[in-house]
Each structure stands twice: as structure tokens, then as C-alpha cells.
Design a protein around this ligand. Structure first.
Ligand SMILES: [Mg+2]
Length: 267
């Protein structure tokens, strides 16, 4: 595979969060953000004229919490939440059937206390990181609860299966960002680690850009880096190089201001 070039000033940069910017933790709330990372993302945001977005399975509110005081453009819950600037988050509406599934999933977690149920606005995740042997049990249960559900689909990830609105993925989210300024006309680059990032790699490839897989596996990404530490080191080096290249920095949005809703809602 080719070497990963430093980020250039005409890049539209899309970054997954867990397992990419931050090391994975035993539970999602225990994730730690390297202190230097926030400053580096700030610099990159400025030097790329605002063309930097976080593309995550987490709700955008959690991304804001981990990356404070930054409020970066973001797609959350795999594209079901969307924010183009520091302002309002627009959301795909929750499928009406989602609430009906919850009691079944709660029963599953009661039967297997090592599992963890995570509610995320319009989606729900069942984590089995504490008990990898339960992968099959979780898969079977999710298949069963989705048998009659409309507008919902399963999304397997690392030690987790999510149930999310059908028809949204990280590829669509990146393609939506690329339709308007400051992202449009730039070379898209997306870095991610999980199976759920593959649609994002496919989307940037289709747009003539570069997919960067953090980790090692079968992938449609063009380049790989060994882990989040290597990815962060590349971001730090790129930020320093772009800073050295000069240019006009742009203010980072860090206050909640109403913004235009970008992607309105369908279920
Ligand atoms: Mg990830």
C-alpha cells in the first residue's frame, strides 16, 4: 500500500472518532482524548478553512463533550445526526418501531449482564466488549427483534451491534458534506477504523479522494496506519506543516448558534 502523505491545504478532512482519533476503551464513556489532539484539530480546522468534520457513530453531543471547547462540523450516529458548523444539529427522525424493540433488548441485557445497552437518540447499540463470546447471542437477538421492524437496520461494528435508521451511513454523510462549502471542490480524505467506516472509504474513493484505514483488514481504503497513535502523529505533523506554510486562520465555531438545518428528516 502507498505511504500516507501529509494533509494538504486543499484537503476536505473527515475523521472517525473512536479507534481513530481516540484509543478504544473497555466502555465507550471511558475513552480518553490525548490533550494535544484538541489543539491539533483546531489548527487543522483553521488551516483547511473549516473543511474538517468528525464522522462518528456517537451522538454529536458526545463528540462535543470529548473535544471541548471545539464544536466541529460533524455527522453523528452514522449520519443520522448532521451539523455543518458550530450550530444546530439536524436529525433523521427515529423510526417509530425503535421504542418497541427496547424492552426486548433490555431483557437480553438482564439475561446477560456483561452486555451493555446504549441509547443514542435515534439508534441503540448493544456492546459485548466485556463478553466477546456473546457475539452470536447478540446477533441472533438483533436479527429476531428486527424481523418485523420497519425503517431500521442492524450495523455490526467492533464488539457492538447497532440498530439505526435504515438508509443512512457514513458514506452518505461525507457525500452530503462534499456538496457544499467549505468542503466542495476539495480532495476528500477519510480516516476510520471500523467496518462501519467502509461506506466512508467507498464514498471518498468515488470522489477521487483517499481512504485511510486505522488498523489492518480487508478494506476499500487506499492506505493503512497501524493504530490511533500513528494516526494522531500524522495529524500533529500535518498541522505543524500547514502552520509553517502560513495562510489566514479562520475562527473555530465554539458557541451554540442556530444554523441552517442541512439534512432534514425522513425515516
Ligand atoms: Mg471507529
Amino acid at each position: 500500500m502507498p505511504q500516507l502523505p501529509l494533509i494538504e491545504s486543499n484537503t476536505a478532512l473527515f475523521l472517525d472518532f473512536d479507534g481513530t482519533l481516540a484509543d478504544l476503551a473497555p466502555r465507550p464513556e471511558l475513552v480518553q482524548v490525548e490533550p494535544e489532539l484538541v489543539g491539533t484539530l483546531h489548527t487543522l480546522f483553521e488551516r483547511l478553512d473549516g473543511a474538517l468534520a468528525v464522522i462518528s457513530g456517537r451522538p454529536i453531543s458526545e463528540l462535543d463533550h470529548f473535544l471541548q471547547p471545539l464544536r466541529l462540523p460533524a455527522a453523528g450516529v452514522h449520519g443520522a445526526e448532521f451539523r455543518t458548523d458550530g450550530g444546530m444539529v439536524s436529525k433523521t427522525s427515529a423510526a417509530p418501531g425503535l421504542e418497541l424493540l427496547i424492552p426486548h433488548l433490555e431483557a437480553l441485557v438482564r439475561a446477560h449482564p456483561a452486555l451493555r445497552l446504549e441509547r443514542k437518540s435515534v439508534a441503540v447499540a448493544i456492546h459485548y466488549r466485556q463478553a466477546p463470546e456473546l457475539a452470536g447471542v447478540v446477533d441472533a437477538a438483533v436479527t429476531e427483534v428486527l424481523r418485523h421492524a420497519v425503517g431500521l437496520e442492524a450495523l455490526p461494528g467492533k464488539m457492538v451491534v447497532e440498530i439505526k435508521p435504515a438508509g443512512v451511513d457514513k458514506g452518505d454523510a461525507i457525500a452530503a458534506f462534499m456538496k457544499s462549502a467549505p468542503f466542495a471542490e476539495r480532495m476528500p480524505l477519510f480516516a476510520g477504523d471500523d467496518l462501519t467506516d467502509e461506506p466512508g472509504f467507498a464514498a471518498v474513493r468515488k470522489l477521487g479522494g483517499l481512504g485511510v484505514l486505522v488498523g489492518q483488514r480487508e478494506t476499500v481504503a487506499s492506505v493503512t496506519v497501524p493504530g490511533p497513535a500513528a494516526l494522531r502523529s500524522w495529524l500533529h505533523r500535518s498541522a505543524r506543516a500547514l502552520e509553517g506554510a502560513g495562510g489566514h486562520p479562520r475562527a473555530v465555531p465554539n458557541e451554540a448558534e442556530p444554523g441552517p438545518a442541512r439534512r432534514t428528516t425522513t425515516s
